[in-house]
Design a protein around this ligand. Structure first.
Ligand SMILES: C[C@](O)(C(=O)O)[C@H](CC(=O)O)C(=O)O
Ligand SMILES: [Mg+2]
Length: 303
């Protein structure tokens, strides 16, 4: 009922235990608080909160238009709905190193277990698109060091993302990853790796957990959990998968209503009313007020 009773501190401790090299923990991207519940119910390890999803959800492209307040508020709403640790995409940190420090503290306040900060500059873009720009090494290091310095809970995970692979190649990306760890990064997100060998090279070069981004329609093949575990990856994200799936379903049902004059043929593939109520834990609210849920709901719960 209501929100998770697991404290942010406990979630951060849990995250630290989960992120073992080769464990390949799976973090699907939640597109709203309710989908975080679904992720937890399906026994995933954690929840990812994608910057692309937060921007796209507002009808905006993922080019650094969202603000720290928007991201912290929405990420907080998602994180509080689940006992799982949630990691949020903090893009470039929302400004200069001083702003990155504030970003870190706001995300701690919002109950996140960790975040990643990247080395692109604005206007940034999806890491799997061509034509990216990255900041120089000293600036990238300053961002991470500022975040580490601002942190109040030592278990809040600061992950450094580097977009250098697509700009200067793998060797440069490996060098930058090492330098980011030296500057205080607790984990590395090497963006736009081409193949498993590249993931392996990064995992071998640093002794912190490494993330693999399995985003669809990108530069990386969609590797399986076993393949990524074999390469030494600690954590896998599926950042936009649920949003793409939900919007795909929404588009199809809109077409059905338009062509058939009714949604009837699509009802079979919908989440039933009963299942939806189960997910929002409607029944438990009876412990507060027996008059809240005193009716029966038609339909199977597992459709
Ligand atoms: C991981 C990512 O940063 C995100 O915002 O989810 C994106 C995902 C995407 O656009 O597919 C990325 O830059 O890879
Ligand atoms: Mg992003």
């Amino acid at each position: 009922m209501l929100y998770s009773k697991t404290t942010p501190e406990a979630k951060r401790r849990l995250l630290r235990e989960l992120l073992v090299p080769g464990a390949a923990r799976q973090f699907p991207g939640a597109f709203n608080p309710l989908s975080a519940r679904l992720i937890e119910e399906k026994a995933y390890d954690g929840v990812y909160i994608s910057g692309a999803v937060l921007a796209n959800d507002l009808g905006l492209p993922d080019i650094g238009l969202t603000t720290l307040s928007e991201v912290a508020t929405r990420a907080g709403q998602i994180a509080r709905m689940t006992d799982l640790p949630a990691i949020v995409d903090a893009d470039t940190g929302f400004g200069e190193p001083m702003n990155v420090a504030r970003t870190l503290q706001e995300l701690e306040n919002a109950g996140l277990a960790g975040c990643h900060i990247e080395d692109q500059f604005n206007p940034k873009r999806c890491g799997h698109l061509d034509g990216k720009n990255v900041v120089d090494l000293p600036t990238a290091l300053k961002r991470v060091a500022a975040a580490a310095e601002a942190r109040r809970d030592a278990n809040f995970l600061i992950m450094a993302r580097t977009d250098v692979r697509a700009v200067e190649g793998l060797d440069a990306a490996v060098d930058r990853a090492k330098a980011l760890v030296d500057a205080g990064a607790d984990a590395i997100f090497p963006e736009a790796m081409k193949d498993l060998r590249e993931f392996e090279a990064v995992c071998n070069a640093v002794d912190v957990p490494v993330l693999a981004n399995m985003t669809e329609f990108g530069k990386s093949e969609l590797f399986t959990r076993d393949q990524l575990a074999g390469a030494g990856v600690a954590m896998i994200i599926y950042p936009v998968t649920l949003l793409r799936s939900a919007m795909g379903a929404a588009e199809r049902v809109l077409d059905t209503i338009r062509t058939e004059g009714t949604q009837e043929p699509a009802v079979e593939s919908m989440l039933t009313r009963a299942r939806l109520y189960e997910l929002v834990d409607y029944g438990s609210y009876n412990t507060f007020d027996a008059g809240v849920f005193n009716f029966t709901v038609p339909g199977p719960t597992d459709a």
